[in-house]
Design a protein around this ligand. Structure first.
Ligand SMILES: C[S@@+](CC[C@H](N)C(=O)[O-])C[C@H]1O[C@@H](n2cnc3c(N)ncnc32)[C@H](O)[C@@H]1O
Length: 302
């Protein structure tokens, strides 16, 4: 007598696999209809992870919103030499590919090999775009990485860049690592060049209440209750999932490296009232305004 439960399990698994396959194909078709026939460099929905953009079209709009933010806060120009530290799957590269001219350039590096593979398609289309995988250890993003961020030298000449930015990168790194990165940022920036960094700033003022947020939950997205030396973490089991700093600590680290604040730090929505996803989505709607999920710091090299 055949084992019926095994047979049914096999059929059930096969059906699930086919279903996932068709759904995935369907999402590819939707991507093509909504945006990829016009902008083939937009990643497929199935390659998009993290963040509020849950499909290719939203991801594309978000990338354009980021460029508006940089225009406003960092006065970027089309001929700029730009560095994207922790570039992920190239969201900002997408916006910059429409903004930079041939005399501008775009470099990005990231600890995740698979993200850089996705970014490589920019290199095929634009000779002035370059991406590198660096095997940096991060317990959340690249747990088997071989290199320490606290000792890593950026693979670029000194005084090369007009604009360096880090979106949601220092929010996943520890004090010795961000100290070294800040030193490296200052080294590779030209004098007068600007840097845009997002942080979770533990003691920044809470942003005015946003009426679009979900009022049912009265907690901010993160509490950062766990104090460690010079930083705070959200989740002790995944320490680099979210890391916060005090404003004084950040200011001191920046000024030690000749980086001076251009505008007062801009508070993000993470401290607002609402569950994580609701807050994150409302930060997407806010683009291209100044408000984002994380706090924003813009500095200039003196
Ligand atoms: C939340 S994602 C943000 C990605 C991208 N900046 C964006 O806004 O779409 C954080 C990124 O930082 C990268 N990362 C983590 N530690 C890093 C490090 N030490 N150096 C460079 N990148 C790092 C991760 O691999 C991940 O791609």
């Amino acid at each position: 007598m055949p084992d019926l439960s095994k047979i049914f399990t096999k059929i059930w698994i096969k059906r699930k696999i086919r279903r996932i396959y068709f759904l995935t194909r369907l999402s590819d078709v939707m991507d093509w209809i909504t945006i990829r026939r016009k902008e083939p460099l937009v990643p497929l929905t199935r390659d998009i992870w993290g963040g509020p953009a849950l499909n290719s079209l939203a991801f594309y709009k978000w990338s354009l919103g980021d460029i508006e933010l940089f225009k406003n806060l960092a006065k970027i120009k089309p001929n700029y030499q730009v560095l994207d530290v922790g570039c992920g799957i190239g969201r900002c590269a997408l916006g910059f590919s429409r903004f930079l001219d041939n005399s501008g350039s775009y470099d990005g590096f990231d600890a995740r090999f698979q993200d850089i593979e996705i970014c490589k398609k920019f290199e095929h289309r634009y000779t002035n775009f370059k991406f590198q995988h660096v095997d940096l250890k991060n317990s959340f993003y690249n747990p088997n990485g071989k290199l320490n961020s606290s000792e890593f030298s950026f693979p670029y000449d000194s005084n090369k860049f007009d604009f360096v930015f880090l979106i949601s990168v220092f929010t996943h790194m520890f004090p010795d690592d961000i100290k070294n990165y800040t030193k490296e940022i200052s080294r590779v920036l030209k004098k007068g060049g600007r840097c845009f960094i997002t942080f979770f700033i533990k003691d920044i003022d809470i942003i005015e209440e946003d009426n679009t947020l979900n009022k049912k939950s009265l907690k901010p997205a993160f509490s950062f209750k766990n104090k460690r030396e010079n930083h705070y973490i959200e989740d002790t089991s995944k320490p680099e999932f979210a890391v916060a700093y005090k404003l004084e600590y950040i200011k001191e680290m920046l000024s030690t490296n000749n980086l001076t604040l251009k505008v007062p730090p801009l508070p993000g929505l993470w401290k607002g009232k609402g569950d994580y996803m609701t807050i994150l989505k409302s930060s997407l709607k806010a683009a291209p305004n100044f408000t984002r999920f994380q706090d924003i710091v813009v500095v200039e090299k003196i």
